[in-house]
Design a protein around this ligand. Structure first.
Ligand code: NAD
Length: 366
């Protein structure tokens, strides 16, 4: 039976759990079920060498349970790299709850989920992700202290999006310095795709610096509002990916750099907030490198959000959050220079630094 499902999902390894394509030496994977509330969740703890595993809970109506398992494995691994490259003493973890939040999310279900998080005794800290609200984290907080991203009124660090945008802005300026020899964005043509929580703030920061910002979104109302507020242009062409610009900032969906778009890209830099911008980093990373497009790794420059929630665990304030986020400038520049010197992709250079940091700590801990 398991073999059949496995084959249907075109998974190449043979063992059903440790053999999942996304399995990457994860320390612990916890399956949580509660019939009374309808809860079906999976918590993935990828690595805790640097500290407790932190990562949000995603609630999504997955087509199959295998999809949910693969998602949590992939996302939790990504969190390990994000925390490591950002210099935080955190490991990587993530949780998924299977189901449509509009249909099955209740305070009882969230409390039950929180109790499962609690059983891990602080090895995993949860937070908000797709399908979750800050108020859901407040409910989880009723049953466990191992949750971040709760309301400011309840002692949380509040909305992470402006901090994320500031980090992306820092990464963008570093990539601009690397490419043009000067970090100034004044006069640079920047395409911002997605003007939601992060995108809008990025538009503000770049427009205030005098960049020529062009915005794109599927939401016409937002386009009109943001364009008016910051005096920026709305993209009205047929194919954003073929537009000539200095910088493309993906701030909507992941995987927009893919087989269908990569040949068209006519920009010097890619620097945005979306997670997993490259559909396949092993394929699209080298193509970008060959085309001479400077890619600022997403998991590095969008780390402002995790810096913000980390503050809740460490108990530090706004100034330290912003100072740590500002560091993204130096780290990005360092990675771009290393990648150039070693003739490797920027993603590979970032991964190597994260892996080194974990390996060093592992040795120290022995
Ligand atoms: P959001 O939902 O507030 O905004 C997304 C925007 O993208 C919306 O305005 C939506 O209409 C638009 N959009 C959706 N599909 C589109 C398309 N095909 N073309 C153009 N626009 C489209 O999300 P957000 O919080 O601003 O996050 C943006 C991205 O950054 C997401 O990929 C998210 O995972 C990532 N991210 C966010 C944070 C954070 O702190 N919020 C942290 C790290 C990474």
């Amino acid at each position: 039976m398991i073999t059949e499902v496995f084959t249907a999902n075109q998974l190449k390894k043979e063992a059903p759990v440790f053999g999942q394509l996304s399995f990457d030496d994860h320390e612990q994977v916890v399956f949580c079920q509660d019939k009374d509330t309808g809860l079906k969740a999976i918590i993935g703890v990828h690595n805790t060498i640097l500290g407790p595993a932190l990562g949000g809970t995603r609630m999504y109506d997955y087509a199959t349970e295998w999809d949910a398992l693969n998602d949590v494995l992939r996302l939790s691994r990504g969190m390990t790299y994000k925390a490591a490259i950002t210099g935080l003493n955190l490991g990587g973890g993530k949780a998924v709850i299977i189901g449509d939040p509009k249909k099955i999310k209740t305070p009882e279900l969230m409390r039950r989920f929180g109790k499962f998080v609690h059983t891990l005794g602080g090895k995993y800290y949860t937070a908000e992700d797709v399908g979750m609200e800050t108020t859901d984290m407040d409910v989880v907080r009723e049953v466990t202290p191992y949750v971040t991203g709760i309301s400011e009124s309840k002692g949380g660090a509040g909305n992470p999006s402006p901090v994320t945008a500031y980090g992306v802005y820092m990464g963008m300026k570093a990539a601009t310095k690397f490419t043009y020899g000067d970090e100034a964005l004044k006069g640079k043509r920047i395409l911002v795709q997605g003007i939601g929580h992060v995108g809008e703030e990025l538009v503000r920061l770049t427009a205030e610096e005098g960049a020529h910002v062009i915005i794109s979104d599927i939401n016409e109302e937002r386009l009109a509002e943001v364009s008016k507020k910051y005096g920026v242009d709305i993209y009205r062409g047929n194919d954003l990916y073929a537009e000539t610009a200095d910088i493309y900032a993906p701030c909507a969906l992941g995987a927009t750099v893919n087989d269908g778009t990569i040949d068209k890209l006519n920009v010097k830099i890619i620097a945005g907030a979306a997670n997993n911008q490259l559909a396949d980093e092993n394929i699209h990373g080298p193509i970008l490198q060959k085309k001479g497009i400077v890619y600022a790794p997403d998991f590095l420059i969008n780390a402002g959000g995790i810096i913000n929630v980390y503050a809740e665990i460490e108990g530090y304030g706004r100034d330290q959050i912003m100072a740590k986020t500002e560091n993204i400038f130096d780290t990005t520049l360092d990675i771009l220079n290393r990648a150039k010197a070693a003739n490797i992709t920027t993603n590979a250079a970032a991964n190597a630094i994260a892996e080194d940091r974990i390996a060093t700590r592992k040795k120290e801990n022995q």
